[in-house]
Write a new protein. Structure first.
Length: 99
């Protein structure tokens, strides 16, 4: 009986290890967005448009505004609770309009 138990336990551990290793190495897709308004609220999805690549758009705006971001989550999740400075300071920022 203990051999069956040990074999079952080993199979269970192996199964969990396989699941964990597969989910740990999944590739996340980066989506790029361009800030399309010069004075709109940065935290609203309507102020952004999808960008085909990180350098697809030029930046405009005064004061300094983010230009392009590359994110692996939804836009609304990424922007939640962020103001202009938080986006400018984020690791996802690819380019910003320089002063």
């Amino acid at each position: 009986m203990s051999k069956k138990f040990n074999l079952g336990l080993a199979a269970l551990v192996l199964g969990f290890g396989l699941i964990a290793s597969q989910s740990a190495f999944t590739n996340k897709k980066t989506t790029y967005y361009h800030y399309k308004t010069t004075n709109g609220p940065v935290d609203q999805t309507s102020s952004w448009e999808p960008a085909g690549s990180p350098t697809a758009f030029e930046c405009n705006g005064d004061p300094e505004v983010p230009c392009t971001i590359g994110i692996e989550t939804s836009l609304s999740t990424y922007l939640s609770g962020k103001d202009n400075q938080a986006v400018l300071d984020s690791q996802e920022l690819i380019s910003a309009r320089e002063q």
